[in-house]
Design a protein around this ligand. Structure first.
Ligand code: NAP
Ligand code: ZN
Ligand code: ZN
Length: 357
């Protein structure tokens, strides 16, 4: 066994990797393990481009391991299954999100919350073992972490649900922001934010988008079905909305103030952070004490809930609004994602555009 990405494992693979914190992605030959008894091997068809991919390749969170092959919104077709696999068979469409492993025996794993297992294995840049993500020709993964793809859910525009979708769906359920007639704000209309609007509307919730960009208003209301739209820099608009919301899902990827958002909450309201900016938030006590307000966080979702979310999405015809791109457009896509210039998720057409060298 060699130790280079190319020779570490017996099965040759090909993808795009960042080599350093410039984040520039370029072709890489690497290798993946053989298909184990409980493993599913699949050809990657599509992979979404999450802002976490961008944070990761740029080492924003100071945990990058290079070479890094990002991608955790992966949809593909099964090419091989191990002898003990029951969930899927060759030819089935499957998905993999942010997780490819966990200890399977701790309290969190027992409660179907593998995302909070201290030994979980992220799909790429894992701190436990070396993992490579979906900007690649194929994947191999234990069947527990495989999502069975619903028949009538599109593969390309469905792919972003595997991270963006579950990341907003899970806190809606856990924090009880899923009751018809409630009023919930969604901050940041990007990959996560736009699918949050779609899920909340499907649940019968009144939705207000809180954005930095007035140009997104028309689409947010007519295409995504938001009920209202606030521009966060517009003080009179923000003032008029004070104490009107039962909850807020904050998907913002960059530094931004929380206090104006907390003031939009009714008493007992909940602000849920899912965005992961690098700089710590300023969080004074008084705006929370007056109104018994709560600020919480949430990380993706467990495997059971991810399967539930994808079936909910299929039933309600929820898919992401995507820009389908070829693999070699990825560096331009990352530059545009940095500037919030995407409507609303890039998805890489891996099978048709990733050519091995
Ligand atoms: P995205 O598509 O880039 O969307 C982020 C949105 O935030 C932008 O579209 C923009 O919306 C808003 N925004 C950007 N810069 C801003 C600023 N300086 N001030 C205020 N608003 C700003 O990113 P994404 O893929 O949805 O991911 C969003 C964040 O969630 C990232 O930090 C990502 O790492 C994190 N994430 C967390 C989890 C989790 O499990 N918790 C999972 C996936 C992703 P407007 O133009 O509407 O203002
Ligand atoms: Zn993600
Ligand atoms: Zn565990």
């Amino acid at each position: 066994m060699g130790s280079s990405p190319e020779t570490e494992h017996p099965v040759k693979a090909f993808g795009y990797a960042a080599r350093d914190s410039s984040g520039v992605l370029s072709p890489i030959n690497f290798s993946r393990r053989e298909t184990g008894d409980e493993d599913v091997r699949f050809k990657v068809l599509y992979c979404g481009v999450c802002h976490s991919d961008l944070h990761s390749i740029k080492n924003d969170w100071l945990n990058a391991k290079y070479p890094m092959i990002p991608g955790h919104e992966i949809v593909g077709v099964v090419t091989e299954v191990g002898s003990k696999v029951k969930k899927v068979k060759v030819g089935d469409k499957v998905g993999v999100g942010c997780l490819v492993g966990s200890c399977r025996s701790c309290d969190q794993c027992g409660a179907d919350q593998e995302q909070y297992c201290s030994k979980n294995v992220m799909t790429y840049n894992s701190s436990i073992v070396i993992t490579y993500g979906g900007y690649s020709d194929h994947m191999v993964c234990n069947e527990h972490f495989i999502i069975s793809w619903p028949k009538d859910l599109p593969l390309d525009s469905g792919a972003p649900l595997l991270c963006a979708g579950i990341t907003v769906y899970s806190p809606m359920r856990y924090y009880g922001l899923d009751k018809p007639g409630m009023h919930v704000g969604v901050v940041g209309l990007g990959g996560l934010g736009h699918v949050a609007v779609l899920f909340l509307k499907a649940l019968g919730v009144k939705v207000t988008v809180i954005s930095t960009n007035l140009k997104k208003k028309e689409e947010a209301m007519s295409k995504l079905g938001a009920d209202s739209f606030l521009v966060s820099s517009d003080q009179p608009q923000m003032q008029a909305a004070v104490s009107t919301m039962d909850g807020i899902i904050d998907t913002v990827s960059a530094d931004h103030p929380l206090i104006p958002l907390i003031s939009l909450l009714k008493p007992n309201g909940k602000l849920v952070l899912v965005g992961a900016p690098t700089k710590p938030h300023e969080l004074p006590a008084f705006p929370l004490l007056f109104g018994r307000k709560l600020v919480g966080g949430s990380l993706i979702g467990g495997m059971k809930e991810t399967q539930e979310m994808i079936e909910f999405a299929a039933k309600h015809k929820i898919t992401a609004a995507i820009e389908l791109i070829p693999m070699d457009y990825i560096n331009t896509a990352m530059e545009r994602l940095q500037k919030s210039d995407v409507r609303y998720r890039f998805v890489i057409d891996i099978a048709n555009s990733l050519k091995s060298t």
